[in-house]
Design a binder for this molecule. Sequence first.
Ligand code: SAH
Length: 364
Amino acid sequence: MSASLSEIIKRRISQLGPMDVGEYMALCLSHPDHGYYMTRDPFGSQGDFTTAPEISQLFGEMIGVWMADAWIKLGSPGPFALVECGPGRGTLMADIMRATAKVPGFREAARIHLMEISPVLKAKQAEMLSAYSPVWIDDLEGVPADMPVLLVGNEFFDALPVRQLERRNGQWLERVIGLGEGDVLAWGVKDADPHILAALPERILKDGADGIYETPVPINHFVKSLSNILLKQRGAALFLDYGYSKSKAGDSLQAIRSHRFVDVFDTPGASDLTVHVDFENVRRVAERNGAVYVGPVTQAEFLRAMGIEIRAERLAANADVTQGDSLRAGLLRLIDTSVPESMGALFKVCALCHDESFKPAGFP
Ligand code: SAH
């Protein structure tokens, strides 16, 4: 029998020394044989978690309206690249295409590109989106270079690895994972790499309180490449994710299995490991690379501004009682702000665009 991911990680640590949190996350999520996303479809009540597109068709419809509006603002270019990062089961893209079916020329102009790492989810997407001949890409280099780009990522950033820096008594360290007594995974620290530290904002490097600060190296690469693409080819991108508006201290790494939190060291590869997204960091990297950053607003503010309540009422008016109730329940969940952990409040939305004059819908 082949080694478990836990054994593989421990062997690596005993051979090469403690690993940083980013490497641990990457192995747990995307190890070719044992990575969480590589081996399963994690969504739904039978799975580990549920996402907005899986909760209600209204979500994807609003993103479709956003896309159609952005496309028209670009001058209705044909062709254009319609890119989704981390498309899950393909539900969001299917809803986008359904919602835009009556926008003259949109469907014919859209060249759908799906950036997806999981073979299992690629197969689901192929089934769901067969009518639109999507193309799968590994990274942004796969986006066609000769057309405008409209891109969306829902719960994509939270799946990308972070490194965790720690300020202790004014000294900067990096959190690492090593082996403790009895050969179990255990937290440790090493000196912080100046190159990794440099990604934190000045104010935190100078005067930050003691605590853990997360820095998402792959997001920073991604936002940099995306900014370059948008500037060169024109276009816009929309990101929706749980996270915070301003960079701050906090360990947000969490593991979820069957809709419950579990220890991040518990059976590596068997639970979804995610982090909260630092939207101010996205802004910093985008602006440093010349792109225009808009937002963040909460998911509730964004979806309301896109007209989700009117759309829900219109659909409910033509539905039977059960369908109407389920539409309203889905709506409520998407825009609920009753506690800070409610989807409408915890989730933030931001957009990147090529130019100040491009005013994406859904933002004040
Ligand atoms: N957007 C979907 C799925 C969110 S879950 C929804 O809202 O339902 C995260 C998605 O990102 C999954 O499809 C996962 O397989 C994909 N993913 C995770 N890491 C990735 C990476 N490095 N590159 C591309 N896709 C990735």
